[in-house]
Ligand binder design. Structure first.
Ligand code: B16
Ligand code: MG
Length: 212
């Protein structure tokens, strides 16, 4: 009896998480700060500036606010170059079929992402006008694990929290949804989170959960 599904973007709808890693790695290398895939896990779902702070935990010196802004801008430029190479072929058949099927069943669909690049990514994937509501990093003051992004999405949809399902790949995202009182579907690392309501291996399992 769910009326709406709120999807995270990076790592759920598309695999932009690998581009985030490449871009942060290039930024970290440029200031000789150690960075690897394990540290990258901690950046999933959290904002750009908070991600930088996590990377700078290993820096040998302090960085000024101005330098930090420059570093995030540099990372974002590298990241956007990769986003601009994306096309509709980067949307997997499984994701597209699931989204279509849910929409045909009359389920309201939203995006709840920490990313300020959400609009660009949706455009590249051919999903610009697909979702009923898109709430992203530009609309919120507290990023995941704060529940703000999902609460705003539910509110804009006009659907009570209990009738929404949140789909997440990141622990920070599951924490956010849990704090907001949402039931969740967890893919990838979020499938192992203790607060995930429905851990799944395959994205299209969402259809069965909704139609059950
Ligand atoms: P941007 P999501 C999040 O998106 C990413 O998981 C996270 O790694 C990133 O730092 C954050 O967006 C901000 O992204 O630099 O594009 O504004 O998973 O909430 O869709
Ligand atoms: Mg994510």
């Amino acid at each position: 009896n769910k009326k709406a599904v709120i999807f995270d973007l990076d790592g759920v709808i598309c695999s932009t998480d690998k581009y985030h890693y490449i871009a942060w790695k290039a930024m970290a290398d440029s200031i000789q700060v150690y960075f690897d895939e394990n540290i990258n896990h901690r950046l999933r779902g959290v904002s750009r500036m908070e991600s930088l702070e996590i990377i700078l935990e290993r820096a040998k010196r302090e960085f000024t606010e101005e330098e930090k802004i420059q570093l995030t801008e540099k990372k974002n430029q590298i990241y956007q170059k990769m986003l601009n190479q994306m096309s509709e072929s980067d949307l997997s058949g499984e994701v597209w079929n699931t989204l279509k099927r849910l929409k045909e069943s009359g389920i309201l669909l939203a995006i709840g992402s920490s990313s300020k690049n959400t609009k660009l990514i949706l455009e590249r994937l051919g999903l610009k006008d697909f979702f009923d509501i898109v709430i992203d990093g530009n609309d919120i003051s507290n990023s995941k694990p704060d529940p703000e992004v999902f609460l705003k999405a539910a509110d804009s949809l006009g659907v009570p929290v209990e009738e929404c399902l949140v789909v997440e790949d990141a622990n920070a995202g599951i924490q956010a949804a849990y704090a907001g009182g949402f039931q969740t579907v967890g893919v990838q690392e979020a499938a192992g989170n203790e607060h995930t309501t429905f851990p799944v291996k395959h994205f299209d399992e969402i259809i069965k959960l909704i139609e059950a």
